[in-house]
Write a protein that binds this ligand. Structure first.
Ligand SMILES: Cc1cc2nc3c(=O)[nH]c(=O)nc-3n(C[C@H](O)[C@H](O)[C@H](O)COP(=O)(O)O)c2cc1C
Length: 185
């Protein structure tokens, strides 16, 4: 009988073990509570995903600046936050044994016009959605200083030896993404 490898653990080059090969992709839920923080609705959603037995949960994008959101219900994590709602969220997501990776995000030009916010992007090139392009806010080029300030908003997680434990850095056309593993902290 052939047993699917889907349910075998996967060890990453950095030693992290993902208990199986089923992953929940990043999907922004737009379910943040007042103050743009996770509350029981997001906690119970992630607990349900966790109890389903998935090996890796990548959160929906978590914004680093309340002035730059993809949607009104976006979760925002910044230095001034009370971490309790985020800890509860992490606990719920980890309750089934999955690795949980938070997708930390600055939306760049991917901002809906209805948000009434400035779409701070690496360059002033608008999103082209054909006849639907007006739904997206016009992109405004950031200065180098603004880009540096934005990068400073990205949390740097460190392990007990003080070494940074950011798992991945990607600069994409539309988005600055920094995926950090918060399952061990
Ligand atoms: C409702 C919805 C929300 C999403 N939110 C995010 C997100 O927050 N971050 C992200 O990187 N991708 C997001 N995506 C993209 C998905 O993670 C995934 O890459 C995309 O759906 C393509 O997956 P597929 O090839 O399996 O269909 C979202 C997709 C959907 C449908």
């Amino acid at each position: 009988m052939t047993v699917s490898r889907c349910f075998e653990p996967l060890t990453l080059p950095n030693g992290i073990v993902i208990p199986n090969r089923l992953a929940k992709a990043a999907m922004e839920e737009n379910m943040a509570a007042e103050g743009q923080v996770p509350d029981r609705r997001l906690w119970s959603l992630y607990e349900a995903w966790a109890k389903g037995g998935v090996g890796l949960i990548i959160t929906g994008n978590v914004m680093i600046d309340p002035r730059a959101l993809t949607g009104p219900g976006g979760v925002v994590l910044q230095a001034s936050n009370d971490l309790m709602p985020f800890k509860r969220w992490a606990q719920a997501a980890r309750s089934g044994g999955a690795q949980v990776w938070m997708q930390i995000n600055h939306p760049g030009r991917q901002v809906m016009a209805a948000m009434g916010q400035v779409a701070w992007a690496p360059s002033a090139v608008n999103v082209d959605l054909g006849k639907h392009s007006k739904l997206i806010a016009p992109a405004q080029a950031m200065s180098e200083a603004e880009i540096r300030l934005t990068i400073q908003r990205l949390p740097i997680l460190r392990n007990k030896h003080g070494r940074p434990v950011l798992r991945a850095w990607k600069f994409m056309r539309r988005t600055v993404i920094c995926s950090a593993n918060f399952s061990r902290h």
